[in-house]
Design a protein around this ligand. Structure first.
Ligand SMILES: CC(C)(COP(=O)(O)OP(=O)(O)OC[C@H]1O[C@@H](n2cnc3c(N)ncnc32)[C@H](O)[C@@H]1OP(=O)(O)O)[C@@H](O)C(=O)NCCC(=O)NCCS
Length: 194
């Protein structure tokens, strides 16, 4: 079984490689969901964005909360977490396991490790955000296995690349000439007014 240890500089290439491999399905599914042909249409440079974000987590202030899972001398996964000192709430951040090693319990081990790290710092609550699509099914499964309860939310997405309905307001009713103002007011019998 892999062991969890703090990130060190020599892990960089492996962490970046794992991210790009593990997040490609999610970025592709976002492209499909949003009606675009490829993730490049959503964020033409998503690979660079991922790299830049990960780099920010290796800075001295952050790297204490970045862990890697190592097996037989190779990095097979990583996880970052954050703690809000005001609310004493922790959150599991970006994480991924090398696709060839997924489904072997490494993700569960990584998240359990950061939950322990949070507890050791006096954190009272933990949150984790992920998407509701098929590419994040394993993440949701692991969170739920560890006792997280899903709080349903809806994240809307709209492409502004093509012109679409711009007017906000009540949609036109079927059979109505304009959709607004054409509804007849129901007459209230005089006796029941008051
Ligand atoms: C999420 C992730 C880190 C989990 O790591 P992992 O090593 O695969 O996790 P585990 O092996 O501990 O557990 C995976 C669980 O998901 C289940 N699973 C896998 N694919 C699934 C699917 N399509 N639907 C439902 N459950 C699924 C596995 O059966 C396993 O559950 P089990 O232990 O009850 O059998 C990893 O899959 C990953 O890198 N995913 C892509 C990136 C990502 O989503 N990151 C998290 C959000 S930032």
């Amino acid at each position: 079984m892999p062991r969890l240890r703090p990130y060190v500089d020599s892990d960089w290439e492996a962490v970046l490689d794992i991210s790009l491999l593990a997040f490609t399905p999610a970025c592709e599914s976002l492209g499909r969901l949003s009606g675009t042909e490829s993730p490049a249409r959503v964020d033409p440079d998503w690979r660079t964005s991922v790299g830049t974000y990960l780099r920010s987590l290796t800075r001295p202030r952050e790297r204490g909360r970045l862990f890697v899972a190592e097996a037989q001398g190779s990095v097979v996964g990583f996880v970052h977490y954050e703690v809000d000192p005001n609310t004493h709430c922790g959150s599991i951040g970006v994480s991924a396991v090398r696709p060839a090693r997924q489904g072997q319990g490494i993700g569960t081990l990584m998240y359990a490790h950061v939950l322990d790290a949070m507890r050791a710092q006096g954190v009272k609550y933990a949150t984790a955000d992920t998407e509701g699509n098929g590419s994040h099914a394993s993440a949701r499964r692991v969170y739920e296995k560890l006792g997280f309860v899903a709080v349903p939310m809806v994240h809307y997405f709209k492409s502004l690349a093509t012109s679409g309905p711009a007017a906000a307001g009540r949609p036109a009713r079927r059979g109505s000439p304009s959709g607004s103002g054409a509804r007849k007011r129901r007459r209230v019998p005089r006796a029941s007014r008051r």
